[in-house]
Design a protein around this ligand. Structure first.
Ligand code: ADP
Ligand code: MG
Length: 247
């Protein structure tokens, strides 16, 4: 099947003479979950930021469904139904849960046109039905929610946006294990509904459990990749070391 997202030999960095990503190529096939794992500082967030137009590649290309999107701004990518859930918050803390969703709804387009009022409220209610904890707090300020609930609202925004591709950076950092479990379940249902996902996670065990295809990034280079089975049956030596399994 054709990849929905492709990076071709991408080199990128924040400063002129320092490369963070070196010759990175990867493909995410439609309707699948790709996992990207690697140690702190490997360049995982930089990789997503390079896809999402925050960092412009110095070399190489980024393609969405075969069309070049290299260096396009986040603004344009949202219109192409690419969504990004950053590790940090993207919420407006002084707006209510509902208004955080409505501000986004007013910004979204379908078939090149802004969403109508009926569609906006339909999507809002759909998100609130899917996340009862948010529904119960729809008139509370986002900044007053717990960390887990704030993350749910981030995922609620993603659901509202109905992207074809969703980039997710370290969704469970700092959250309680039970909340993390719920987030992984949610990512799986999001994928089952047809959204293609590129997931960055330090939680190697979880990624190996449910990503269809896995990439390992070390010091800005892809050093291993393969289908989940490759990593489950005979975990790559490096991954074993990260997991603390003695060889
Ligand atoms: N805004 C920035 N300016 C300069 N260097 C940065 C910036 N953000 C990250 N880096 C550097 O890029 C490297 C990779 O960082 P990052 O992509 O955040 O790694 P990861 O997400 O895998 O932990 C690190 O050496 C980090 O210090
Ligand atoms: Mg990171």
């Amino acid at each position: 099947m054709k990849p929905l997202l492709e990076m071709v030999a991408v080199t990128a960095g924040y400063l002129e003479d320092i490369e963070i990503l070196q010759d990175v190529s990867l493909q995410v096939r439609k309707g699948t979950i790709a996992g990207l794992i690697g140690l702190n500082g490997a360049g995982k967030s930089t990789l997503i930021k390079t896809i999402y137009g925050f960092v412009r590649p110095k070399k190489g290309k980024v393609l969405l469904d075969g069309e070049e999107i290299t260096g396009l701004s986040p603004h344009h990518l949202i219109d192409r139904q690419v969504w990004f859930i950053p590790q940090e918050s993207s919420l407006f803390p002084y707006l209510t849960v509902e208004d955080n969703l409505l501000v986004l709804a007013r910004r979204l387009k379908a078939n090149g046109k802004p969403l109508g009022r009926a569609e906006r409220s339909h999507r809002l209610e759909h998100v609130l039905e899917r996340f009862p904890a948010l529904k119960a707090r729809r008139r509370q300020q986002a900044g007053d929610l717990s960390g887990g609930q704030q993350k749910m609202l981030e995922f609620g925004k993603a659901l509202l946006a109905q992207p074809r591709l969703c980039l997710i950076d370290e969704p469970t950092v700092g959250l309680a294990p039970l909340v993390a479990k719920e987030i992984y379940r949610w990512i799986e249902t999001f994928a089952e509904a047809g959204t293609t996902i590129l997931l960055i996670d330090h939680n190697v065990r979880e990624v190996v459990r449910f990503a269809d295809y896995i990439y390992v990034l070390s010091l800005g280079r892809i050093t291993a990749h393969g289908p989940r089975e490759d990593f489950q049956s005979d975990l790559h030596t490096q991954v074993r070391q990260w997991l603390g399994i003695n060889l």
